[in-house]
Design a protein around this ligand. Structure first.
Ligand SMILES: Cc1cc2nc3c(=O)[nH]c(=O)nc-3n(C[C@H](O)[C@H](O)[C@H](O)COP(=O)(O)O)c2cc1C
Length: 205
């Protein structure tokens, strides 16, 4: 997309709160037919302050928090349990847009995880039940054998929600909307949570 078709990001045009603004941009990302508009980078920090980042899929908002689902015993799950703070970044290339979210992390209620888990294809449920995500695996063959064993175990029955699997929500304290502009003189609007509500500020590119 050329800069002629990219709209500047103006204070007067954005929503009062970042959730509404995010929903507008996400819907535009869906309309732009991006391959994975809900893919987001998730940054976590371990007990020693070492950061790590990986992609996860955004699965909706719950009580003002950005949700994703994973294995609670994975590396990210353990880091979030020890240090419940995270950063998320979306990048929508065709639109030249980036959204950065930072905040506290909580687990979503188990009923929500259960509903989402059972909305997934059965193969994904078997996979989630079988994989000890982030643990060492001696060989692919071992995992394949364990997948077969899980299939047998639940043959003709529902796969239960594993107790080590579910959602987290990132409750935003700040959300930055970044719009690419010509000559790298980009627009950056930052919402910050304050005692008086959301404050909107502009950052230098
Ligand atoms: C586009 C994309 C989407 C992904 N979505 C998820 C997801 O929603 N949940 C998840 O646990 N892993 C997801 N993954 C895999 C993670 O990036 C990562 O490999 C895995 O969660 C293990 O991370 P960890 O060892 O840091 O816990 C995704 C990977 C990609 C490339």
């Amino acid at each position: 997309m050329s800069d002629l078709t990219i709209k500047p990001l103006n204070e007067a045009d954005v929503a009062q709160d970042p959730i509404t603004q995010f929903q507008r941009w996400l819907s535009e990302a869906h309309n732009a037919k991006l391959a994975e508009p809900t893919a987001m980078a998730l940054g976590t920090v371990d007990r020693e302050g070492r950061p790590s980042v990986r992609m996860v899929l955004f699965k909706g908002l719950h009580q003002g928090g950005f949700c994703f689902y994973t294995n609670y015993a994975s590396r990210k799950g353990e880091e979030l349990t020890a240090n419940p703070r995270a950063a998320l970044t979306f990048w929508w290339d065709i639109l030249e847009r980036q959204v950065r979210i930072e905040g506290r992390v909580e687990r979503v209620p188990q009923e929500l995880s259960d509903r989402y888990f059972h909305s997934r294809p059965r193969g994904s449920q078997i996979g989630a039940y079988t994989s000890r995500q982030s643990a060492l695996l001696p060989s692919r063959a071992e995992l394949d054998a364990r997948l077969v064993a899980t299939e047998k175990k639940f043959a003709g029955a529902e796969v239960p929600l594993p107790e080590w699997w579910g959602g987290f929500r990132v409750i935003p304290e700040s959300v930055e909307f970044w719009q690419g502009r010509q000559n790298r003189v980009h627009d950056r609007l930052l919402y910050r949570q304050t005692a008086a509500g959301w404050m909107l500020e502009r950052l230098q590119p």
